[in-house]
Design a protein around this ligand. Sequence first.
Ligand code: MG
Length: 368
Amino acid sequence: MNLDVYRVAIPLAEPYHLSKVYGTRTHADTVIVRMTTAGGAQGWGEGDPGGFDFTGDTGEMIMASINTDLLAEIIGTRVDDWVESGQGLQRSGSWGAALDIAAYDALGKLHRQPVWALLGDKRRDEVDSLWPTSSGTADADLQVIQAKLAEGFRTFMLKMGSRSIDEDVERLSKVAAALSPEVGLMVDANQGWQLDEALEFADRIRDVPLVLIEQPLAAADHGGLAKLHEACQLPLSVDEGLQSLDDASTIAAKGIADIFSIKVSKNGGLRAGLEIAKTAKTHGISILMNSMLELGITQSASLHLGCVLDSLVDCGHAYMSTLRMSDDISNFSDFVSRGTAQLPSGMGLGIEVSENKIRTYLKDECHA
Ligand SMILES: [Mg+2]
């Protein structure tokens, strides 16, 4: 097997203001992997580090950690062994995800099968997408939401946690009052609140039928989440707190979340995402297919996984990431139309990846 690794930075169409923990993002920082098997099948993978505060890594850190020993170990593997023996579970984070996605893509192409067929039984051919708004004002939210409603989106994720609870409550109430009840609203605080703030927020917006509140508290604050879960009627989702399969087992056993926010890149790949979803299912926990700031390889992998899961939350999921970029290295955006993502029908991930685009946005590369 040969490996080509590229670090690529693509500017966002518009800067993205997150909570006070993360500040503002302007680029998608990605690591792209191409695996070429001895027989010539090519698989593409992508890793999307969330930055030091989110996933603990960056594209630069991943490239710096790649050495000849690491690459020699990987190129000594066969993609069928990789998938069958669950190699993806041995590695974590976005680098593990990039390798795991590439192995699934290559194996799918080798066996002339779509990636979903390597993951399970297909439950659906398409998934509605949500649209996120930056952490801002109600008027700014409504401007984005009205435009995206006209384009076919029906679920919106409001980023909160960077302002006072008074401001966030006022903002959400104003947005909810301006929209029809069929529009789904969710809130993502990105760890931005203390327990007393989250309790106050949940109490004051209890009449707003939110789809979910995501990561209200610090990722490791399981004690706080347990108290909030007991007091709050709204479904609580974990995102930053759900990095690994171990996190999934721990949180599920404690019974302190209703929804797991799966991100293929954050969670270390397709196999890890699938196992997390299985753990969730046995504990009655639903799944939100979510995304980092990611390009079309990860988005496509996430869609293949989302199409085999039978416990998705009844709302839009995060398949809009490439639409928020100024460009992409793949044609995934062609499969998102009127706010819905359609499963590509080709072999493997079913998308095309442009080497020219990789060259255009290239920051660093290595080959083995
Ligand atoms: Mg989140």
